[in-house]
Design a protein around this ligand. Structure first.
Ligand code: HEC
Length: 184
């Protein structure tokens, strides 16, 4: 008889323990299911947003625009405008490299961050100095050295056909480059 009681008691204890466990674990199980669904939803959303981001070549077209206008701003000795276009060139180059920091090329991988740093701390820094000093001659030299830096990165990225040159005309048609303009 006492053995039967012990057995019953043990069964009851095991059942109670199981109920307790389910009771304690249930919310956790439900939460982990919820968070898995949430993570899946977020992943899908990130993929969607990625598809809407501009490409690296699009950001580089902005660099083309700003760096071209920069040449004509300096040629017109419009130094504040030149400073503006230099700043835009720098920030759009950084943006372009943030979009794809490391490119895959047939020979392996190429880290664009180091290449950009080299151009930024030499050619672009010298352009900045020339603008501050309003020195047209120094500007011309620094601009040419920067173009060589642009091309170094294009070659390293396996795109030697992207060969830049001194621009023939400004990209903007609406901005007046004349620093002495009086209208509007
Ligand atoms: C750190 C590397 C790097 C530097 C520095 C760099 N570029 Fe580029 N550029 C690229 C890469 C990579 C591409 C190709 C992007 C692609 O195809 O997705 C490119 C593409 C371009 C394009 C073609 C865009 C198009 O789709 O029509 C132009 C124009 C351009 N760059 C101008 C410049 C100029 C001007 C400079 C210097 C002021 C410069 N780039 C500096 C890496 C660089």
């Amino acid at each position: 008889m006492s053995r039967m009681w012990t057995g019953l008691l043990a069964t009851f204890a095991v059942a109670a323990l199981a109920i307790c466990l389910v009771w304690v674990a249930w919310p956790a199980l439900a939460t982990s299911e919820d968070s898995a669904a949430e993570i899946a939803r977020l992943k899908a959303e990130i993929e969607q947003i990625k598809g809407r981001l501009p490409s690296q070549s699009h950001a580089m077209m902005d660099v083309d625009y700003h760096f071209t206008n920069l040449w004509f701003a300096a040629a017109s000795k419009n130094w504040p405008l030149a400073q503006f276009y230099l700043n835009e060139t720098r920030s759009h180059l950084r943006w372009a490299v943030r979009i794809i920091p490391v490119r895959r090329i047939p020979a392996g991988e190429i880290d664009l961050r180091g290449l950009l740093e080299a151009v930024d701390s030499t050619g672009l820094a010298d352009i900045g100095k020339a603008i501050t000093e309003k020195n047209t001659e120094a500007f011309g030299g620094a601009y040419r050295r920067t173009l060589e830096g642009c091309y170094t990165c294009h070659k390293a990225s396996d795109k030697p056909y992207l060969r830049p040159r001194i621009p023939e005309q400004p990209e903007s048609r609406i901005i007046n480059f004349d620093p002495a303009a009086t209208w509007p």
